[in-house]
Design a protein around this ligand. Structure first.
Ligand code: WTA
Length: 635
């Protein structure tokens, strides 16, 4: 859907320095790829042996019920034991797990020991609230240490967490609570963003009113503003953590490798978000292996993934993989330009960040403020950079490389999805780069670019990106909807083990993959994943709107923005005020990220005879382009 603003054929090469290659964990990509190709199970078995298991697996991969693949069959493990328990028995007990900075400037550091203790305490609190293995817990808060503690505490006792991004609003939260049937919700009074308080608890109150399955709400005091606490339902986190029930010792639940770890809702082609389910075993192996190889984390690194723990990037590469590897991570609560556009660069300078992982939209946003802000800060601690979430345009890539990386930091452009759990197409520090390409698949991953019959398309032509064999970090199902799992991802081609990504891509003469964008009804706005259907049903839930169609239009900073076309109900007057009211409605129902940049009132929508909205026609019209073949157009 995103317009490609660059041409793969004329792209330049960037070669890593000899020094980078010499010190890289994987100095020879080809050799590692070949090793995985020779024996996939032996390869993943070897990677899995870097983790602590309570009991070994009997088989690495069971394909007998494909596409319900099973990894590390019979193995017993807990991701929290790997992320915390094992480190406190070593010198890492004293190592910093987390360096946190709040937007107002407050700071917290947590050693592995302290993070382990806090997690144990909260795990006991959850247990005392009746949370048991397999129960779902919804977590809804900003970027504060407690979000990590809550996630880890769930994992520790075998509960399944469902983190809902703190930027979502009432209805989005209510739907996700309802789908997961969470009886316990962990939240905060508010979050700091751009000097303002985001009133999370108010949103929770309304969401729980709409989805009353929640019996207990645990509230972290972050912003300290007045909130309503409902007696018998709402408890302060700090009160509970001060009670004897919050014992600092907690036994870790022994989990089967295939037991669920979390549900993370993501947008698909219908209005109902999909609960992508990941497990303890394969996910631990996959995220830690990929992070170790791609970001090459060493004990002396200070690693900063600037994503939000509420999205998959945060789950995999802020919370779980860095802790499994015993890394020191940085977490920052607020906006990148608060109070000044050098906030991020100051954080890099203050903490000596050596690896920075972010999204193209953030890079483009910060680039707009000019070179002086980063140039006034000492960024010499950086040695590796990364990007994720959408294609990076070469201009932003070059700026990131030159102004932030000072041309010494290889840029890891990592392509992956909520469903894949971890990096799928990605370079490693030793791999030559082309700006705008995520390069080649990770060892053990097989991908191709194909046409609608599943035949490879010629070099340089657009096609559908497919993954051709299972991998340990793959989603296991769509929570509560196994049919959707099968039909959405595994049924398009008549080939066992072919997973449909939903992306369009191109392969060049060197085998490098260029991601063009989504080919379904998913939109990426500022790197956030939204479904057109979600926004459409949000608009239609307003009493004035009869029908709506939503499209993505390319935008220089945000990647895409949303345009919405609405047919109003009979008798409703068109006005600018109504447009504002509709935007406000979306802000409340779904969240600020889903607010359309533009709303247009129309009398009819272009539809096929079968009633499907022809977004292609709308897109062409919005951009003043020819509308193409409209022979199937009904209205
Ligand atoms: C897009 C985010 C180009 C892609 C981890 C994918 C990318 C969707 C890249 C998944 C990249 C992610 N280059 N496009 N490096 N990384 N995408 O589930 O369209 O939020 O299908 O996961 O983001 O979005 P999701």
């Amino acid at each position: 859907m995103t317009e490609q603003t660059f041409n793969s054929a004329t792209s330049e090469w960037y070669y890593p320095s000899d020094d980078v290659v010499k010190h890289a964990r994987v100095p020879d990509y080809e050799a590692m790829y070949a090793e995985a190709e020779r024996d996939l199970e032996a390869f993943w078995g070897k990677m899995a042996s870097n983790l602590d298991w309570y009991a070994p697996w009997q088989k690495v991969l069971d394909q007998s019920q494909a596409p319900f693949y099973k990894w590390f069959v019979g193995g017993k493990i807990n991701i929290a034991a790997n992320a915390l328990d094992r480190h406190v028995k070593t010198w890492r007990k004293n190592k910093l797990a987390l360096i946190w900075e709040g937007e107002p400037g407050d700071k917290v550091t947590l050693s592995y020991w302290r993070l382990w203790k806090e997690t144990n305490k909260f795990a006991n609190v959850l247990r005392s609230m009746g949370v048991r293995k397999g129960d779902r817990v919804t977590i809804y808060m900003g970027r504060i240490p407690e979000i990590m503690i809550a996630m880890l505490a769930c994992a520790k006792i075998g509960a399944v967490h469902s983190v809902v991004y703190g930027g979502f609003s009432e209805q989005a939260l209510a739907d996700r609570i309802e789908d997961a049937q969470s009886k316990v919700l962990v939240t905060a009074d508010g979050a700091w963003l751009r000097g303002n308080i985001v009133r999370l608890k108010d949103t929770v109150d309304e969401a729980v009113r709409r989805s009353p399955v929640v019996e207990t709400v645990i509230v972290v005091k972050r912003t300290g503003h007045d909130v309503t606490m409902e007696q018998g339902r709402d408890y302060w986190y700090h009160d509970l953590m001060g009670l004897p029930i919050a014992s600092p010792n907690c036994e870790t639940e022994v989990m089967d490798a295939e037991d669920p770890l979390f549900i993370l809702y993501t947008s698909g082609t219908t209005g109902k978000p999909k609960g992508v389910l990941h497990t303890h075993g394969g996910y631990s192996v996959y995220t830690s292996t990929t992070l170790s190889c791609v970001f090459d984390i060493k004990d002396e690194d200070r690693y900063w993934c600037a994503a939000d723990p509420g999205w998959i990037t945060g789950h995999s590469y802020i919370v779980y993989a860095p802790l499994i590897l015993g890394a020191t991570s940085v977490l920052y609560e607020g906006a990148p330009n608060h109070p000044y556009p050098d906030r991020w660069w100051r954080i890099v300078e203050d903490y000596g960040v050596s690896i920075l992982y972010t999204a193209p939209t953030a890079i483009r946003g910060l680039m707009r403020f000019g070179d002086n802000w980063p140039n006034r800060r000492d960024l010499s601690s950086l040695r590796l950079l990364g990007t994720v979430g959408e294609p990076i345009n070469p201009e932003a890539w070059r700026w990131y490389n030159k102004v932030i990386g000072k041309e010494t930091c290889p840029i890891m452009d990592t392509w992956w999805q909520t469903e894949t759990g971890g990096f799928m197409i990605t370079p490693m520090p030793s791999v030559p780069l082309k700006p705008g390409s995520a390069t080649r698949p990770f060892p053990g991953i097989k991908v191709d670019v194909v046409d609608e019959h599943g035949n490879p398309v010629p070099t340089g032509e657009d096609g559908v990106l497919v993954i051709q064999q299972p991998w340990p970090g793959m989603l296991r199902t769509v929570y509560g909807d196994p049919d959707r799992y099968v039909s959405q991802y595994w049924s398009t081609y008549d080939k066992q083990g072919w997973y449909l990504t939903g992306d369009t891509a191109r392969k060049d003469e060197d085998g490098y993959i260029w991601i063009i964008g989504r080919n379904d009804d998913v939109i990426k706005v500022s790197g956030y994943r939204l479904g057109t259907a979600e926004v459409e049903s949000g608009l239609v839930s307003h009493p004035t709107v009869a029908e709506s169609a939503v499209i993505a239009i390319p935008d220089e900073v945000r990647g895409n923005v949303i345009y919405a076309y609405c047919i109003l109900r009979t008798g409703v007057e068109r006005s600018e005020e109504l447009k504002d009211a509709l935007k406000d409605h979306i802000r409340h129902e779904i969240g600020p990220i889903a607010v359309p940049a533009k709303i247009e009132f129309v009398d009819a929508l272009p539809k096929t005879r079968s009633g499907k909205i022809m977004r292609r026609v709308l897109r062409a019209r919005a951009q003043g382009l020819p509308e193409g073949d409209t022979s199937t157009l009904e209205e």
